[in-house]
Write a protein that binds this ligand. Structure first.
Ligand code: B12
Ligand code: NAG
Ligand code: NAG
Ligand code: NAG
Ligand code: NAG
Ligand code: NAG
Ligand code: NAG
Ligand code: NAG
Ligand code: NAG
Ligand code: NAG
Length: 434
């Protein structure tokens, strides 16, 4: 169902000569700005299990000018310490996000950040991703979302990368853009941002292979078409959690689609409705949607431009909670089916949990009742607990395997710590290959 809207080659070449990308943005109006407060509140007041998980939120808050000066000072200071002490153990994408967050705008007075040192280390982690692809059947250490983040940060902060390599890896036909054969809008969007930065930068360089630029233009167009082909009736791009970054990709690529292919306002209004329904309680989700709603993109990251500060101050006690959950007077119990599926084998159990429980609570209850069949392990991430193993069987990026969460036969778009179960749900963790 991919829309094929191929521009003639001549058109593509002409685009590469236009000095500045024109931007098509539809930021939230002044009157509707209060709708964004819950997002900002969530990001500032969340407890992050590890401070590095706040990278996305810090990037978003600083880029959007949503912090006051003392908050920026405090959060940035804490974050530098974290990056300094944990750098060796960070994944490439985590370090890339950290660099983007620290360099989103001019660092607060008195803070010295050695960007060139951080960027050098990022370059090494990026090389390890590529080495892993060479050794493991084209699979990076992490994924293409992170590889794209790496290229974006290396591009914005003058790191070392090869344009020919970028043009080779970010080919839209590469399997790493797809999970279960389905195009990952989040991944495609991040790649578009990276490619746009690289393209813009090569414009100021001589001795660049024309073929590389041609490919990069072609890939951008193809990725944009793939993103637009995942547009839903109500204007979302992929699902609600990929929409923010997809909007950013579309903002910087308005040369590659027609006005009638995307109505930005419709997407924005659907997102505003979803905010009021509480879809963005997870701080990382809030972080990824905010920039687009403020008309910003990650390409606006600029360590030399002065930060904008907010005069609003957020008092946790007076701020509206993102959604008013009224705790039941005496929480009732509900029953759900839970099963672990490995190929043809299915181990099932009916468990009882309190109303309002999440998927993880069900897994914990099942584990309590039968540890042999239902034991599992998690790892904390910026999106909450990630299920890394069940029955001792571990997920692996080298094999493209993971534990997939499903409910009533459908793939979930939330994690075990977020998805609220309903009475009678047929829940499943399934050993899958993406
Ligand atoms: C790559 C990816 C995956 C890979 C992860 C392995 C790999 N090869 O790296 C695979 C395909 C296995 C995967 C699985 C899932 N994913 Co995923 N994933 C992503 C993606 C595209 C990039 C993540 C990333 O690297 N971020 C950058 C680094 C720096 O951040 P990080 O936090 O350190 O990254 C780690 C975690 O994000 C973790 N991870 C990946 N997905 C998820 C999902 C959840 C809920 C958790 C807790 C952790 C987690 O893997 C990353 C690498 O270690 C994001 C897109 C996005 N917008 O963020 C979706 C995304 C995070 N995933 C999502 C979902 C829903 C899932 C699943 C729950 C799907 C399912 N029904 O099973 C499962 C996780 C189930 C489990 N076992 O707990 C949603 C989360 C939405 C939400 N509100 O919670 C996102 C936003 C995609 C989307 N738009 O729907 N994912
Ligand atoms: C391209 O680079 C120039 C010079 O650094 C910058 O001013 C401009 O904002 C960039 N454009 C995009 C779309 O990133
Ligand atoms: C964060 O942690 C503090 C102290 O542990 C706790 O009082 C507070 O309720 C937590 N906030 C959230 C949003 O979980
Ligand atoms: C971070 O570490 C570098 C050396 O690796 C050091 O020069 C710098 O002062 C440190 N920054 C902070 C804020 O600790
Ligand atoms: C920053 O790091 C670079 C590269 O590691 C190093 O050469 C330089 O001396 C450092 N600068 C400062 C001010 O510490
Ligand atoms: C930059 O990267 C290229 C290719 O990845 C490599 O050949 C070159 O040695 C690198 N240069 C530096 C200074 O790291
Ligand atoms: C552009 O990319 C498509 C696939 O994405 C490919 O079929 C086509 O040949 C490419 N065109 C050029 C000029 O490279
Ligand atoms: C505010 O948002 C609503 C959707 O939530 C939309 O219908 C309305 O037009 C917006 N108002 C302005 C002035 O943009
Ligand atoms: C910044 O916001 C914090 C938290 O709401 C508040 O306590 C502080 O007074 C504000 N500082 C300034 C300078 O506005
Ligand atoms: C569990 O699944 C079985 C078989 O599909 C079904 O008969 C039963 O009603 C389900 N129980 C619950 C609590 O959902």
């Amino acid at each position: 169902m991919r829309q094929s809207h191929q521009l003639p080659l001549l058109g593509l070449l002409l685009f590469s000569l236009i000095p500045r990308q024109q931007c098509e943005i539809c930021e939230v109006s002044k009157e509707n700005k209060t709708a964004l407060k819950p997002l900002i509140h969530t990001m500032i007041n969340s407890n992050y299990t590890e401070r590095i998980h706040a990278a996305n939120a810090l990037l978003s808050l600083r880029l959007c000018g949503s912090l006051n000066q003392s908050q920026d000072q405090h959060l940035t200071e804490q974050f530098i310490l974290t990056v300094n002490s944990t750098e060796p153990s960070l994944t490439s994408g985590q370090l890339a996000l950290a660099i983007l967050a620290l360099g989103a705008c001019k660092a607060p007075d008195g803070m010295s950040i050695n960007y060139s040192e951080l960027v050098k280390r990022l370059g090494n982690k990026y090389k390890e991703e590529i080495r892993n692809m060479e050794d493991h059947n084209g699979n990076p250490l992490t994924n293409y979302y992170q590889l794209s983040l790496d290229i974006l940060a290396l591009c914005l902060f003058n790191g070392n990368y090869s344009i020919t390599e970028v043009a080779k890896f970010l080919n839209p036909e590469n399997k790493n853009y797809y999970f279960h054969g389905q195009f990952s809008v989040d991944t495609g969007a991040m790649a578009v941002l990276a490619l746009t930065c690289v393209k813009n930068k090569t414009r100021r360089q001589k001795q660049i292979d024309k073929k590389d630029i041609e490919n990069i233009n072609n890939y951008t167009e193809s990725l944009i078409n793939k993103i637009l082909s995942q547009k839903t009736e109500n204007g979302l791009l992929g699902n609600i959690y990929s929409t923010g970054e997809a909007m950013q990709a579309l903002f910087v690529s308005s040369n590659y689609y027609n006005k009638n292919q995307w109505v930005c306002e419709k997407t924005r209004d659907t997102v505003l409705t979803e905010i009021s329904r509480g879809a963005f309680r997870m701080p990382t989700a809030a972080a990824q949607i905010l920039p687009a709603l403020k008309g910003k993109t990650y390409l606006d990251v600029n360590k030399d431009s002065s930060c904008v500060y907010s005069s609003d101050s957020f008092h946790p006690s007076t701020q509206e909670p993102i959604v008013s959950v009224t705790p039941a007077v005496s929480p009732s119990q509900i029953q759900v089916n839970y099963s672990v599926v490995i190929d043809k084998r299915k181990d099932r159990i009916v468990v009882s949990v309190t109303d309002g429980s999440v998927f993880l609570n069900v897994m914990e209850q099942a584990q309590k009742e039968n540890p042999t069949l239902f034991r599992f392990k998690t790892k904390e991430t910026a999106w909450g607990p990630y299920i890394i193993s069940v029955q001792g069987i571990k997920a692996s990026t080298n094999d493209r395997t993971y534990w997939e969460l499903r409910s009533n036969g459908e793939h979930l778009n939330q994690g075990a710590g977020s998805y609220v179960v309903h009475a009678g749900d047929d829940l499943e963790v399934r050993w899958s290959t993406y």
